[in-house]
Ligand binder design. Structure first.
Ligand SMILES: Cc1cc2nc3c(=O)[nH]c(=O)nc-3n(C[C@H](O)[C@H](O)[C@H](O)COP(=O)(O)OP(=O)(O)OC[C@H]3O[C@@H](n4cnc5c(N)ncnc54)[C@H](O)[C@@H]3O)c2cc1C
Length: 360
């Protein structure tokens, strides 16, 4: 059984159902992807940012290729649009070199580009130098979720909506999962995959048999997006230099070309998607560092999303946590925590990895 029908739970469900296992996903909301999977940038990342010995690096690079292949096969709207990572001052050059070297180590196609090369393609930008990632793209995430659901159903898997996992017990190597829906019921399963995103800490705590050392605190990092009502002058995604917690307020757009900026990062104590409009001046200042022609009057609040981070404020970037029997000693349990960005990109590779851990 799988807890959570976000992009990761669905990808795992598809992978297991294709392997011939009988799959049940429980999802507390009315639809798939109502949480973080519908509140992100929809970017197919290439994988140049993460240290080479991390799951984030491996699963992002593998997931990038798998996602393009799947999107083409299923006719999911997507574009391999490419992205510039830009240095806005000479003091950023060292960081640019660091990202380039990391990208090469991770096996990512990445090119060094001059100020002139960037500005001849993106005439509205004023930058000092940059990198170009040809394999960064955008995808219609709702279409991706629908395709994954379709595959699960085609393979006779089931998704039970408005169904909440309340508690998990374990008897004779079998998980006894207590669920609440219009009525309460129990599911028995040999395997349990926790893909509950922002709730992964709460769900882990509901497994009395799981040692507390393996329950990771989920820290909430909110991101806001502003949309731009003016003409979109950009052909590629534009990212300033990132920091330890986020990729910076970048230029993004959806498949219709609607220009938007974000996400920023603020640490919050509860899941609350309200929009803080006072952030506008911060956005204007950051965007103007690479796009001088921004008209602040055309910048409007769009939406927010919340990253489920195991990293705490001030700490270095932390990896995805995907723990199995070798870590926590419980056969059949795969516990996923801290599946923040690049979780959409990595979803199909995470699913293959979870299958390997479960069936080997
Ligand atoms: C601002 C932002 C921007 C991002 N941009 C990108 C990007 O451009 N590219 C990229 O690759 N990634 C991006 N990400 C990361 C990506 O969105 C996530 O990694 C991914 O969506 C996580 O999917 P998930 O299935 O693990 O979690 P979720 O989508 O949160 O799904 C978990 C599901 O579990 C359900 N659930 C929780 N508790 C229970 C329970 N007790 N019983 C039953 N169901 C339960 C929830 O309702 C939810 O539907 C971004 C994230 C954020 C916040």
């Amino acid at each position: 059984m799988i807890i959570g029908a976000g992009v990761v739970g669905l990808a795992v469900g598809r992978c297991f159902s294709e392997a011939g296992l009988s799959v049940l996903i429980v999802e507390k909301e009315e639809r798939s992807g109502e949480s973080t999977s519908s509140r992100n940038s929809g970017v197919i990342h290439a994988g140049m940012y993460y240290p080479d010995d991390t799951l984030k690096a491996r699963l992002c690079v593998e997931g990038n290729a798998l996602l393009y292949e799947y999107a083409s096969k299923k006719r999911i709207d997507h574009k391999r649009i490419g992205k510039y990572i830009v240095a806005c001052s000479k003091s950023d050059f060292e960081k640019l070199d660091f990202i380039y070297d990391q990208g090469i180590k991770n096996g990512v196609e990445i090119l060094k580009v001059t100020k002139e090369e960037i500005e001849s393609s993106e005439s509205d930008l004023s930058v000092c130098a940059g990198l170009f990632s040809p394999n960064t793209g955008i995808i219609d995430v709702p279409e991706l979720l629908t395709a994954l659901e379709g595959d699960i159903q085609h393979n006779s898997g089931m998704i039970s909506f408005r169904t909440k996992c309340e508690k998990v017990e374990r008897k004779n190597d079998v998980f006894i999962i207590h669920c609440s829906s219009h009525e309460n019921f129990i599911v028995e399963s040999k395997f349990l995959i926790n893909c509950s995103g922002l709730d992964s800490e709460n769900i882990s705590k509901k497994m009395s048999f799981l040692d507390k050392r393996h329950v990771h605190k989920i820290n909430l990092a909110k991101g806001h997006y502003f949309k731009y009502s003016g003409k979109n002058p950009f052909k590629k995604l534009i990212y300033p230099i990132h920091n330890e917690s986020s990729l910076g307020i970048h230029v993004g757009f959806d498949l219709s070309g609607q220009l938007r900026f974000g996400p920023d990062l603020s640490w919050v104590s509860e899941v609350d998607y309200s929009f803080d409009e006072t952030l506008k001046s911060k956005f204007v200042k950051e965007i103007k560092s690479y796009w001088k022609n921004l008209d602040p009057n055309k910048l409007h609040p769009d939406y927010t999303g919340i990253r489920p981070k195991v990293q705490r404020k001030g700490e270095k970037m932390k990896d995805f946590i995907i723990s199995d029997c070798n870590d926590h000693g419980i056969k059949g349990l795969i516990n996923l925590q801290g599946i923040e960005s690049p979780g959409v990109t990595s979803s199909l590779a995470i699913a293959e990895y979870v299958k390997e851990l479960t069936l080997n």
